[in-house]
Design a binder for this molecule. Structure first.
Ligand code: FMN
Length: 264
């Protein structure tokens, strides 16, 4: 067979494809464990960051263990699940929002009127995070998620023990465009959430992400966060998901129980 025959060219090309595909798939399989661990570590960092806990020179897992306590709650009643009622899926080690939202045993389907965050199904339960100072609750960190333009955005909102003031806000997973919707990761925008009030003195949900910049001379500015410029759809998504999770269909019943002093 001559070295430049068509058959030989095709055989070499197929051989190269085969070797490359074996290399790529072995790398994907081999690195999965590391990627999962890094993803989990990144989530812990985001929880600590939402809780405004300094991670400077710290071992993140150790710091998380020292500073954060976790519980699983029942969203519709707002009660904390007794650890003896945990199951192989409903437990702190393996709790996975995406898996729980898909599992008919553990999910709840939202009707169109309820589904402002465009997520269709939510877990019946959620893991919540307590930040304690000398054994006393200082902040509560709540997982939140909802649709942006391109992706479902997953993050956390931290509330002060007064259950009214935002103490932190962050997303740990989204697929919005860098520089546009991806500005949800902009540190100064995330910081602008701190100090905002979620409800007014009558208890009505007031927090909102507006389309433009907040006018700080306005009386309602304490409930308002700047929209992301050039990213109206992501902005609307963040507004909807925050309002959904803080409403009666999200953490409302849990927050009501906390307000009544039942869980603190
Ligand atoms: C390549 C590309 C990526 C975009 N990414 C986003 C995005 O992540 N979030 C978003 O809300 N809008 C994004 N947009 C813009 C939207 O299509 C839409 O124009 C925008 O949300 C309107 O915002 P504005 O009214 O602030 O201009 C993107 C547009 C293009 C062309």
């Amino acid at each position: 067979m001559s070295t430049d025959s068509t058959r030989k060219t095709i055989l070499v090309a197929l051989g190269v494809c085969l070797v490359c595909s074996v290399l790529v798939s072995s790398a994907a399989v081999g690195l999965k464990g590391i990627q999962d661990k890094n993803r989990e570590l990144d989530k812990l960092k985001n929880i600590l960051s939402a809780g405004n806990i300094s991670m400077e020179n710290a071992d993140v897992r150790q710091l998380f263990k020292e500073k954060i306590e976790t519980d699983i709650i029942d969203l519709s009643s707002g009660s904390i699940i007794d650890k003896k009622d945990y199951t192989n899926l409903l437990n702190l080690e393996t709790f996975d929002i995406k898996a729980m939202a898909k599992n008919p045993k553990y999910n709840r389907t939202l009707n169109a009127g309820q589904d402002i965050a465009q997520i269709r199904q939510i877990p019946k339960n959620m893991v919540i995070y307590w930040v304690k100072e000398q054994g006393i609750v200082d902040k509560i960190i709540l997982p939140i998620y909802g649709k942006g333009l391109w992706s479902t955005m997953y993050g956390f909102i931290a509330l002060d023990k007064d259950l009214t003031t935002v103490r932190g806000f962050t997303f740990y997973e989204h697929g919005e465009t860098p520089g546009l919707g991806g500005e949800v990761d902009n540190p100064s925008w995330k910081k602008s959430w701190i100090g905002k009030k979620i409800i007014d003195e009558t208890g009505q949900l007031k927090i909102e992400v507006i389309k433009d910049k907040v006018d700080h001379t306005e009386i309602n500015s304490v409930y308002q966060v700047d929209g992301l410029s050039g990213a109206t759809i992501t902005t609307r998504g963040v507004n909807a998901l925050v309002r959904f999770w803080l409403s009666e269909n999200g953490y409302g019943p849990f927050l009501d129980r906390l307000k009544s002093g039942e869980l603190l």
